[in-house]
Design a protein around this ligand. Structure first.
Ligand SMILES: C=CC1=C(C)c2cc3[nH]c(cc4nc(cc5[nH]c(cc1n2)c(C)c5CCC(=O)O)C(CCC(=O)O)=C4C)c(C)c3C=C
Ligand SMILES: [Fe+2]
Ligand SMILES: [Fe+2]
Length: 354
């Protein structure tokens, strides 16, 4: 037997051996807008300790005694308004983007769509990729800004499943892409289109909110986040502060859109429960804008890459109603990146650079 150690250079390049799997992952949505499916979705979603980060027993009681019996039927009604003939927009756009990205990347890649909660699950997407004997897998959570409750949870689920594999291929996780030039350009193009059609008194950038506690728990480097003006700049100490990442996203968009100081605001929506969430709250900002005599608002939501309950219903319908109730006249939601070419170009670039 030849026991001599090979000392020369490697003769094979890992790049040429197998294909690369690309798992694109969005948050998830119910299988249907009926109460049992919505209940199952909310149960899986909100039992995630990264989403509701309270002790297991308290979380279990909250979900089973409040969310499941009371919130699920209410949410089901709203999901029925959102639902289209093709289903939930979040999932429909996901499948279209899966197809577009596969076409754009070509035969060296296999693209699979997964949802963190419900279907198609991360487990099923990874199982399909496993069968192909890939040399590399790149995971792209569809969240522009990092948060433990979103990106962190996708990572955890992927790692939980991969931990059971005998062969683990080379792995890449895209952490965030809030400053990717094409991602920014995507929202800028949309914004410009609306701004060229009519004059708006104010532009509102409304992001998904988070409990303040979750931001403070993530501030591991220097414990300096006070959830105030410290989040106004993004630097190496607060690079994972979700609030700071949202302000940075606004800054990049504002620069490209050429908005003047005082004509735009960043705010946070979708509060749940009684603990404090990051501020300013979108509903408070809307009331304040109306009080200041602002009559027309253009609203963008760059924490989402596909339209969903949080954009179409919460911003598009509920905040419009609120704005009009408090004296506003014209409210316009800017649609999300959805299945636009520029969003697919963003993904191609993220995959190639991973
Ligand atoms: C404690 C609760 C929640 C945290 C934390 C949270 C973080 C978070 N969520 C998204 C993206 C989405 N959330 C969506 C819906 C949604 N979010 C929560 C709660 C928390 N989210 C609930 C209860 C719901 C369901 C809606 C309802 O029943 O009222 C959606 C839309 C899904 C759809 O089907 O359309 C998205 C997308 C992010 C990015 C995030 C952390 C930054
Ligand atoms: Fe959410
Ligand atoms: Fe911060």
């Amino acid at each position: 037997m030849n026991t001599q150690l090979q000392t020369g250079p490697l003769t094979t390049s890992t790049k040429t051996i197998g294909k690369t799997g690309v798992l694109i992952v969005n948050l998830g949505t119910p299988d249907s807008p009926n109460t049992p499916d919505v209940r199952r979705y909310l149960r899986e979603f909100l039992m995630d300790g990264r989403v509701i980060d309270i002790p297991y027993v308290s979380r279990w009681m909250l979900i089973n005694f409040i969310i499941a019996p009371f919130r699920a039927p209410k949410s089901a009604k709203v999901y029925k308004e959102l639902w289209t003939e093709e289903g939930s927009p979040l999932k429909t756009y996901g499948y279209t983007v899966e197809e577009m990205l596969q076409k754009a990347l070509g035969g060296d890649y296999v693209v699979k769509l997964a949802m963190r909660y419900q279907n198609p699950s991360i487990a099923s997407g990874l199982a399909e990729l496993q069968k192909l004997g890939l040399s590399k897998i790149t995971v792209i959570p569809f969240f522009p800004q990092y948060a433990s409750a979103s990106t962190g949870s996708v990572y955890e689920e992927v790692m939980r499943i991969l931990a059971t594999w005998q062969v683990m291929p080379e792995l890449r996780f895209v952490n965030r892409f809030l400053d990717h030039p094409k991602f920014i350009e995507g929202f800028v193009r949309l914004g410009r289109r609306y701004l060229s059609e009519r004059k708006y008194d104010h532009v509102l950038f409304s992001y998904h909110g988070l409990p303040e506690r979750q931001i403070l728990k993530g501030d591991v480097t220097n414990k300096q986040c006070k959830l105030g003006s410290c989040c106004d700049t993004l630097n190496r100490h607060n690079q994972f502060c979700y609030r700071a990442q949202c302000f940075e996203t606004t800054r990049l968009l504002v620069k490209e859109l050429g908005l003047a100081e005082g004509t735009y605001t960043t705010s946070f929506q979708s509060r749940l429960g009684r603990t404090p969430w990051i501020k300013p709250y979108t509903d408070d900002v809307i009331k304040d804008l109306a009080r200041r005599g602002i009559k027309s608002v253009l609203a963008l939501s760059p924490s989402f890459v596909a339209d969903c309950l949080e954009t179409t219903i919460e911003i598009g319908d509920e905040y419009r109603e609120l704005f009009k109730e408090v004296g506003g006249e014209h409210w316009q939601l800017v649609e999300s990146l959805n299945d636009s070419e520029i969003w697919v170009e963003t993904l191609v670039d993220l995959v190639k650079k991973a």
